[in-house]
Design a protein. Sequence first.
Length: 95
Amino acid sequence: MVAYDFSVIIPISTKSEGKKLINQLRSITSYKLQIILILGKNPSKQRNQGITRSRSEIIVFLDSDVILPDDYFLKIKKRFSRSILILSGPNLTDQ
């Protein structure tokens, strides 16, 4: 059973990093988000560690300084409803 709509993995280098993004994610009520913060100095390794804790079919990697548009998760959900397995890049673009 999937516990969350999205697992959001954010590598951070200090405990105070990314507070604005974390507050933005916590304010989202239309989806169940699993927010996974991984403290360290190697973002690739931190993302891999985050995947092992994920409890969602959809995993989102974000940098701690990102400001998300309001419809960010809606756009991802729409893409995955068309049998897309991987999305990559800083933006979701229409074809």
